[in-house]
Design a protein around this ligand. Structure first.
Ligand SMILES: NC(=O)C1=CN([C@@H]2O[C@H](COP(=O)(O)OP(=O)(O)OC[C@H]3O[C@@H](n4cnc5c(N)ncnc54)[C@H](O)[C@@H]3O)[C@@H](O)[C@H]2O)C=CC1
Ligand SMILES: O=C(O)C1=N[C@H](C(=O)O)C[C@H](O)C1
Length: 264
């Protein structure tokens, strides 16, 4: 039985994670961490009668009160980073879906996990289709140098570009030479019109009500375009990956960034 704490349990992802945990025979929810509702019970809020766990609003109080193996963090960039560090200090293995960490923060957490010999999984996208979309994009980038990433999300999202777009760009960077795209003399008459720039490739972030999580990676060459596209229409799409990450993190003693590293 793996004992799990969920941070952000009342959020869009966290509430889906609770529903997933309830269905697993080998996972036990031992506490929830939110910035409010301290002392409340999970069953006070949701129709999840089998989940018997208390809400805490302070991470140290929570970690001192309950014994846990894994912290699943689905909160905000600011708190996700603090929670991950604190979990490592307590020897609790973080599974982090929260996006928006800086490269410096990721490096610090990588070093800390190595130092503590404690597993961490940080996955910018838990949907298996999105993981494949990123891998296909990396493959295509070997043959197509010109590429633009268009990510589309709901308008409650805090970070831009999305963690998935940033990770896709990183994977493409591994195989693509730096190249300035578009006309050599192009000029933006409205700032930002060409999107964010990484080594000359562009990322465009769209935020609209009605969207969930969507990304297209568009490659261009002479006389042809290749579009690799993924859509998450429901947050259930992320839960296979969350469960996979919880199972794997128990066997790791380093930080793994990206679910592709856990797939055979
Ligand atoms: N890796 C993946 O596959 C996915 C990652 N995400 C990421 O997960 C994170 C959460 O996304 P959503 O659920 O859509 O956001 P949300 O805004 O619906 O939920 C975030 C929750 O965190 C809670 N929270 C804020 N501060 C907190 C604190 N100090 N302690 C504990 N809880 C706190 C909020 O009350 C809220 O309920 C975001 O960073 C998002 O980018 C979202 C979808 C998929
Ligand atoms: O905030 C979201 O919703 C999502 N965030 C992740 C990201 O930033 O890539 C994963 C997915 O796109 C949904």
């Amino acid at each position: 039985m793996t004992r799990v704490i969920v941070a952000g349990p009342r959020g869009k992802m966290g509430s889906e994670a609770l529903r997933m945990i309830e269905k697993q025979e080998d996972l036990e929810l031992v506490a929830c961490l939110d910035h409010k509702y301290a002392g409340s019970q999970v069953k006070d809020f949701d129709e999840l009668p089998h989940l018997d766990a208390t809400f805490y609003d302070d991470i140290q109080t929570c970690f001192n009160a309950v014994s846990a193996d894994v912290l699943v963090d689905l909160t905000t960039p600011e708190y996700g980073y603090i929670h991950t560090k604190t979990a490592l200090e307590y020897g609790i293995r973080p599974v982090v879906g929260t996006t928006g960490f800086t490269d410096e923060q990721l490096q610090e957490l990588t070093d800390m996990a190595e130092d503590k010999e404690t597993g961490v999984v940080i996955a910018p996208n838990f949907a298996l289709g999105a993981v494949l979309m990123m891998q296909f994009a990396k493959w295509a980038a070997k043959y197509f140098q010109d590429v633009e990433i268009i990510e589309k999300h709901h308008d409650k999202k805090l970070d831009a570009p999305s963690g998935t777009a940033a990770k896709t760009a990183q994977l493409i960077q591994d195989v693509r030479e730096t190249k300035k795209q578009g006309h050599p003399d192009e000029k933006e008459t409205i700032m930002g019109a060409r999107g964010a720039d990484i080594d000359g490739m562009k990322i465009h972030s769209m935020r609209l009500p009605g969207l969930v999580a969507h990304q297209e990676v568009v490659f261009g060459s002479n006389g042809e375009n290749l579009t690799i596209k993924h859509d998450s229409f429901h947050r259930e799409s992320f839960m296979t990956g969350v469960k996979l990450a919880i199972d794997h993190v128990m066997k790791l003693d380093i930080l793994v960034y990206g679910l592709e590293n856990l797939l055979e």
